[in-house]
Ligand binder design. Sequence first.
Ligand SMILES: Nc1ncnc2c1ncn2[C@@H]1O[C@H](COP(=O)(O)OP(=O)(O)OP(=O)(O)O)[C@@H](O)[C@H]1O
Length: 270
Amino acid sequence: MPAGAASKSTNANAKSLLDVRNITLRFGGVKALTDISFDVRAHEVRAIIGPNGAGKSSMLNCINGVYQPQEGAITFEGRTFRHMNSRQVAEMGIARTFQNLALFKGMSVLDNLMTGRNLKMTVNPLLQAVRWGPAAREELAHRERVEEIIDFLDIQPYRKTAVGKLPYGLQKRVDLGRALAMEPKVLLLDEPMAGMNVEEKQDMCRFILEVNQELGVTVVLIEHDMGVVMDISDRVVVLDYGKKIGDGTPNEVMANEDVIRAYLGAQQEA
Ligand SMILES: Nc1ncnc2c1ncn2[C@@H]1O[C@H](COP(=O)(O)OP(=O)(O)OP(=O)(O)O)[C@@H](O)[C@H]1O
């Protein structure tokens, strides 16, 4: 357990919030995903692991509507979808962070987080532009919510700083904040710890657990660091060459011979 990270307990009785069934995704002749099925229970932290090119990001892209799988379906809160677009997915309450940050580097932290509120803006964009009447009141309410997230993530000193001037670890935290500003039910995190030093990883682990436990957000994350996976996830899906080779608690997948052969063994040698 990284120092400072809250402890994590599993809840095997929680019901399934997101159900991924028989997903197959092809790019021309390349099969990125073959018949993948797994579920995500409400309020759990579900990790997706596997070697480079295993299909992890493609899986997240299917869940958030960026890719349209040729086969299979995804059920979210009891509604089954063959194809979803990214806006629908966001409106339903699924937010996403990216492996390569998708922030506006020249804009302040505060303004980047405000972009996460766009879907929740109801007032006519023309009134928003002149910040008149209802638009001004709405903007104030959104700013208050964003300020709460800034406090939650401990980034108050940087609220007016351009994101591009912040160290990488803090930029990743702002990216998490932008996704949280959407007030999601499910947060998809694509390698939230990549490129971080030990201290930054500890901070990020703590924030992910707090988002999960205090805000009640269900988390699906791609992660390569097995220490982190063991510490913060309830259950783990393992992909290799686009196929599922393991699914279970961190201890179960660590002991799975196929997983050791395809991934963990290679990691230990590296
Ligand atoms: N847009 C695309 N066009 C063509 N092939 C793609 C595309 N996206 C992914 N692929 C292919 O699908 C396979 C799975 O890639 P994906 O990025 O999902 O793996 P990954 O497990 O996330 O890898 P990494 O750990 O390196 O990020 C790879 O063979 C990749 O080249």
